[in-house]
Design a protein around this ligand. Structure first.
Ligand code: GLN
Length: 215
């Protein structure tokens, strides 16, 4: 059971850098736990989808019976944060994916997989993120996607080299880069605050249990 002060945030643990997110979320005052099975989605105030390999994550989500339960949670307004491969997972449309690759959707955007990868497998860059105070964050990009275009209800939070690398739509947040690898927990803190607001709205008398906080 969550208290809204310390929201319970799951990290999808099918594949990818789960441990680093658990550590970053705990540092940002969340109760963090790995999630592999549909029943483990119950009681969450938020979910992180880590970086890794989106084609593998998609296959494992199907194999573990997680694809539809995850889609349902996104549709129901569960706060979700996707980093890198996780950004791919929350894209409504994908370019450069495998033919059988599934996404959950959640943000009206077209994401290009491995977009930064060919030129530059991995690099770091300072990125100014709207809504994050105290200066730019250090973006770690690893065979990273970029956002090719966003729909009217999605808000671009950051760009790098002319490409969109952070987006939010309602309760869904996505970054091309990996804040969990830097020791700077401000992006996680932003997401934990989204989950906290969602949890509070659900706990409030007359709360509907689902909320879409304004961006
Ligand atoms: N660091 C990452 O998450 C890389 C993403 C990977 N290129 C993919 O397609 O899933």
């Amino acid at each position: 059971m969550s208290t809204a002060d310390s929201p319970v945030i799951g990290v999808l643990a099918l594949q990818g850098d789960v441990r680093e997110h658990l550590i970053a979320l705990a540092a940002a005052d969340a109760v963090a736990r790995p999630v592999r099975r549909p029943e483990e989605l119950d009681g969450l105030d938020g979910l992180v989808i880590p970086g890794g390999e989106s084609t593998t994550m998609s296959k494992l989500a199907v194999a573990f019976g997680m694809l539809e339960p995850l889609r349902e949670r996104v549709r129901a307004g569960l706060p979700v944060y996707g980093t890198c491969a996780g950004m791919i997972m929350v894209a409504d449309k994908l370019l450069g994916g495998r033919e059988d690759q599934e996404t959950l959707g959640g943000i009206d955007m077209i994401v290009r997989r491995n977009a930064f990868g060919r030129q530059n497998e991995s690099f770091e860059a300072s990125v100014e993120v709207s809504g994050i105070e105290g200066g730019p964050v250090e973006g770690v990009f690893i065979r990273a996607p970029w956002v090719e275009s966003v729909g009217a209800s999605a808000e671009v939070l950051a760009t790098y080299d002319g490409h969109t690398v952070a987006v939010r739509q309602g309760n869904v947040l996505a970054t091309s880069f990996h804040p969990e690898l830097t020791g700077d927990h401000r992006v996680h803190a932003l997401f934990v605050e989204m989950a906290r607001r969602h949890a509070r709205a659900g706990l409030a008398p007359g709360g509907r249990g689902v909320c879409v906080t304004a961006a």
